[in-house]
Every structure is written in structure tokens, then in C-alpha cells.
Design a protein around this ligand. Structure first.
Ligand SMILES: Nc1ncnc2c1ncn2[C@@H]1O[C@H](COP(=O)(O)OP(=O)(O)OP(=O)(O)O)[C@@H](O)[C@H]1O
Length: 225
């Protein structure tokens, strides 16, 4: 099947009903080709996290279509969507979301083992090398800086060779220099792994590392020229 990356068409997401309805996504169209690094900015409550949740098959939209490499990410079965996520999606969270008791290398090995990735799983030591963390493979999260934790989180998100990388506020806990380093790393990994990447950020300073920038306002997505 041709890898068309992420394609979202006419996606709406509504919460609640009657007077309490919230339209989190309102007719969103978005295409992210493999190797493209898209940033989404916008005010709090605009729908950015909802966009990531729907793109990654965590949430089923109220209407519209979402495909990743031609596969439907909106199937009703939660189990089927979990399988799609395991095979094709990587998530990077605000502060790395690492497990406190595990060393850096085990943060990456664990999901590979329990996710049943088998031979698809990338080698954890090689991945740590790729993100510049080979020397700190045996450290636990509390022995790492914020930027280093984020690098481990990025390596972990790549272990399943994802087609789609979804990144939520990766620089929220970092200073300016570290923010640039982390987003540069994301840009490089996007290209080298030919993955379609969507990053939500409040940090306008890092947008120059991205291929395309969109702004989300009241659930609507608009390109920023
Ligand atoms: N499970 C839910 N039930 C009801 N409303 C929800 C739910 N999740 C999100 N919303 C609402 O949907 C809208 C979009 O929320 P979302 O979290 O996607 O915004 P956001 O742009 O990511 O905000 P932030 O920048 O503050 O994280 C908000 O009005 C929010 O209150």
C-alpha cells in the first residue's frame, strides 16, 4: 500500500449534548506526508490535544475520516485501534513521561517487549545512540536533565518504527537552548525515519525547525503563511 502519511478529512469532534455541547474539532482537514514535520499552535482549549488524540486513534471523531498509510484510524473497536497505534504510531509527551524505576535503555525495551513488536522493534541501545544518549543508557529518569528525559522519550516513541509521530508540548519544561536541541532532534528523526510528525506547541521560537505551521482556533485548523 502506498504510504500517504496522515490524512484527516472533515473531522469534527463534539463533547456533550444540547446546550453543553463543546465542538473540540470543527471540520479539520490535514495531510501530513512521510518526512513532513507539522507544528500546531493555538490558544488553550482550541482543540490541539483533541487533534492529536483523533490523529493517533485514541479518540474516535464524531464525523470525518482519518487514515494513516491508507488505514482507517477511526474503527469503532478499541482493541483494533490499539493494535494500529502499537504498529504505526509513536507518542512523545510533555516531560518524557518516563517510568521512574527504569533505566533509559529499559524505558525503550519495555514497550517493545510488552507491545509484542518482535523483530519489528528497533534496538534500544542503537536508538539511544541516535538521540545522543548512549553514555547515559543506565541512568534512571531522576538522574537525567529535562532535555535528556525528552530525548529518551523520543527514542522510546520510535521503537516501533512508527509512520506517525505525535508530540505534545515537548519543550514545556525546557529552557531555550534545550528546546531548540529537542525540536531539532525531532526534525532530524522525522526526516531520517520518513515519519509524518505532528507537534503541538506554545513555543513560537521553535517553529523554524518545522516544515509547515498551522494555527488552531475554536476547533478550526488554518495554515500559518
Ligand atoms: N473529555 C472531554 N469532555 C468534554 N469536553 C472536553 C473533553 N476533552 C476536551 N474537551 C473540551 O474540548 C475543547 C478542546 O480541548 P483540547 O484539550 O483539545 O484543547 P487544547 O488546545 O489542547 O488546550 P491546551 O492548550 O490547554 O492543552 C476544550 O473546550 C475542552 O474543554
Amino acid at each position: 500500500m502506498t504510504d500517504t502519511g496522515l490524512v484527516m478529512r472533515g473531522v469534527t469532534l463534539r463533547f456533550g449534548d444540547g446546550d453543553d455541547t463543546v465542538q473540540a474539532l470543527d471540520g479539520v482537514d490535514l495531510t501530513v506526508a512521510p518526512g513532513q514535520f507539522v507544528a500546531v499552535v493555538g490558544p488553550s482549549g482550541a482543540g490541539k490535544s483533541s487533534l492529536l488524540a483523533v490523529a493517533g486513534g485514541l479518540t474516535v471523531p464524531t464525523s470525518g475520516s482519518v487514515t494513516l498509510a491508507g488505514q482507517d484510524m477511526t474503527v469503532p473497536s478499541a482493541r483494533a485501534r490499539a493494535a494500529l497505534r502499537r504498529e504505526s504510531v509513536g507518542f512523545v509527551f510533555q516531560s518524557g513521561n518516563l517510568i521512574p524505576a527504569l533505566t533509559a535503555v529499559d524505558q525503550i525495551r519495555l514497550p517493545a517487549r510488552f507491545g509484542g513488536l518482535g523483530s519489528r522493534a528497533r534496538d534500544a541501545v542503537a536508538l539511544l545512540g541516535e538521540v545522543g544518549m548512549a553514555q547515559k543508557a543506565n541512568r534512571r529518569p531522576h538522574q537525567l536533565s529535562g532535555g535528556e528525559r525528552q530525548r529518551v522519550g523520543i527514542a522510546r516513541a520510535l521503537v516501533n518504527r512508527p509512520r506517525l509521530l505525535l508530540v505534545d508540548e515537548p519543550t514545556a519544561a525546557l529552557d531555550r537552548t534545550r528546546s531548540h536541541e529537542v525540536v531539532e532532534l525531532l526534525a532530524r528523526e522525522t526526516k531520517e525515519n520518513d515519519v509524518a510528525t505532528v507537534m503541538v506547541t506554545h513555543d513560537h521560537d521553535v517553529l523554524r525547525h518545522c516544515t509547515t505551521v498551522y494555527e488552531m482556533i475554536d476547533g478550526r485548523l488554518m495554515p500559518v503563511p
